[in-house]
Design a protein around this ligand. Sequence first.
Ligand SMILES: Cc1cc2nc3c(=O)[nH]c(=O)nc-3n(C[C@H](O)[C@H](O)[C@H](O)COP(=O)(O)O)c2cc1C
Length: 391
Amino acid sequence: MAKILIGITSSIAAYKTIELCHLLKKGGHSVKVILTKDANNFVTPISLASFDAEVFNGNKYTDKDVLSHINLARWPDLILIAPLSANTLAKLAGGFADNLLTATILATLKPVYLVPAMNKNMWQNKITQFNIQKLQEYGYKFWGPASGLQACGDNGEGRMIEATEILENINHTLLCDQELFSGKNVVITAGATIEAIDPVRYLSNHSSGKMGYALARAFASHGANVYLISGTTNLDIPNNIKKFIPVTTALEMLNSCIDNITNADIFIGCAAVSDYKINNFTDQKIKKQDTHSLNLVKNPDIIANVKEKNPQLFVVGFAAETQNIVEYAINKIKTKNLDLIVANDVSNNKVFGHDDNEVIIIDKSLNITITMRANKNIIAHQIIERISINS
Ligand SMILES: Cc1cc2nc3c(=O)[nH]c(=O)nc-3n(C[C@H](O)[C@H](O)[C@H](O)COP(=O)(O)O)c2cc1C
């Protein structure tokens, strides 16, 4: 179990951190807490100590330990500041070390996660936004904030995310360190395929590739050799992957999959593949007419082909549907003999191009897991956690 250091700053959302400490202790983690001086107005050391958390108060030096900021900086596996006030956020961006919390953060080499909570105007203020950008550039990760009704009555971005979501993020972060897929070969398709109509026009879809790229990064962080076969996207090639294979058409994607699955352990078909290609492709630009009919012919089904050619391979499919999501997904898992399917409700422009998503994961025995709406990076870790259980 992990050693977690939590900084609590002065915000009305601090009560959520008491629940978080409770959840972390229940999960068997060791917790130490640093309260800023003003945070004492919102939570008391006694309320935290009741969860067995060792609590340190605002001052840098204690009678017991004059080097407490150095010792606290070295102790944890992970540091969290929740809630993070605009004031402490600005201090961190400026490199201040004027209290025990800021001094500890400046002295640590451990990963630091920031969970902001503040009024929407404080959050949107250009100075705060500038500080956030600076901290992100320095490698600090932000969890949240969420949008919604605020304690002051305003409605907007700035609410601290819930304790359960923070716990989930912590668990995923800790899980990442475990290298669940060390040395495994994982082939992933992502993005949209393109089918040319003529030299100028094409048939495609709205897929951004974000989910597939998030999966590629997540598998790479778990030690897998990732082969990413990508249709069109505007995304940067993920770091630490073994091979990046750009393709255009469904047929190219299929051929590349067949070439790369020979030694694969897991295959994930996340690309949005065009179901049809043009049968009457013309190599000259089609001139404008009142009407023009496209003659479409079915493309091969990549996931079904991959499973058929390599039945031992653990194959995960994606099902983007606008209605009857679970029913269609179950039908797909059965007809294509898949090991797992991730179903997406793509109605009302909810998924394509967005950074967050919510999915339904169904395994061969038809066990169903529904995720909460979250960033696609977090969803990717939830999916691969399920793959590690099932594969
Ligand atoms: C009732 C109340 C609620 C507050 N809530 C927040 C908050 O949610 N976020 C924030 O950034 N500041 C909030 N503040 C302002 C901070 O308490 C103030 O900036 C403080 O100096 C921050 O100190 P710290 O960062 O050392 O904890 C609040 C103040 C009061 C009186």
